[in-house]
Design a protein around this ligand. Sequence first.
Ligand code: NDP
Length: 327
Amino acid sequence: MTKFKGVRIVKEPAYAASYSEFDETELMDGDVTVRVSHSTVNYKDGLAITGKSPVVRRFPMIPGVDFAGVVESSSNPDFKPGDAVVLNGWGLGETHLGAYAQKARVKGAWLVPLPEKFTAAQAMAIGTAGYTAQLAVLALERHGLTPERGPVLVTGAAGGVGSVAVTLLAKLGWHVIASTGRPEEADFLKNLGAAEVIYRAELSGPGRPLGKERWAAAVDSVGSHTLANVLAQTKYEGAVAACGLAQGMDLPTTVAPFILRGVALLGIDSVMQPRDKRLIAWNRLARDLDVEKLAALSTTIGYDQVIETAGKILKGKVRGRIVVEIP
Ligand code: NDP
């Protein structure tokens, strides 16, 4: 096929996303062409499709930051037609034509082989959100933290990053405290392995510089006052892996947790992670992530539901992870 289906974002006459058609000649530079079979909807995809934040920096754009598929053609010696591959980030859906399309042309250096343990759909149930949760767990471990040090808090727990973080940390033996704004998801979170569920209003308002020491570690996908309160309630020499901004990009904190308790704030970026660290993260996901739990936290949608789902994820109405089947 020279024509293929894809979601098109345009900026003129007004910012809009629609189900459209592309020609292969529109594909951007790259040494590997992939027939995409699955994608997912992350929070960032919601921002891109709705235009709520300036995620897209090239027009027209095909949104979608993650895909799994099969190599169709390659001039890269590391990949041959038929290879099953995964791509997370690297500017896909932002500066490079992305994943909500039947085809993608990318640099082979951006691809990782699909781990044997996972199908393409499962790799997208993980997606950038799940791989970011794994990066956060690895960062806490690099800081020397273990379950013996005390509980771990996960904020935005019913979301994508949060639900995978809960699952991974529980499997590793942590006492997981899940913070959510959706108390009706308490059973869902306990099923993933949360030992306690707390309501996010406890953490989302302005707080004191230091509070009672409650957790040794945390994975935060929320930012703003929540992250400030998480830091203020982290135990002596604990650490917080910060990966998101669902509440806000600000961080109204003080230096008190850092200089009085030696708390560390560990920044997590998934987009530009070098390939060797991606392979480590995917190997750990293959080792630690229970595929039954992954099925419990994911929902499958059709390609033609992507645009409406983008609006839902920004409203916090998506539970866990979404897999998109590309026709
Ligand atoms: P989701 O929408 O799936 O999850 C976000 C969760 O945050 C929601 O489910 C909700 O959890 C909680 N939340 C939403 N709004 C608010 C609010 N106003 N106040 C407090 N909590 C809120 O998104 P993802 O899991 O895909 O992404 C989470 C965050 O991580 C995003 O900000 C995203 O941009 C960022 N991210 C960063 C990456 C990186 O490389 N650093 C990679 C991937 C994601 P609940 O209902 O349980 O309260």
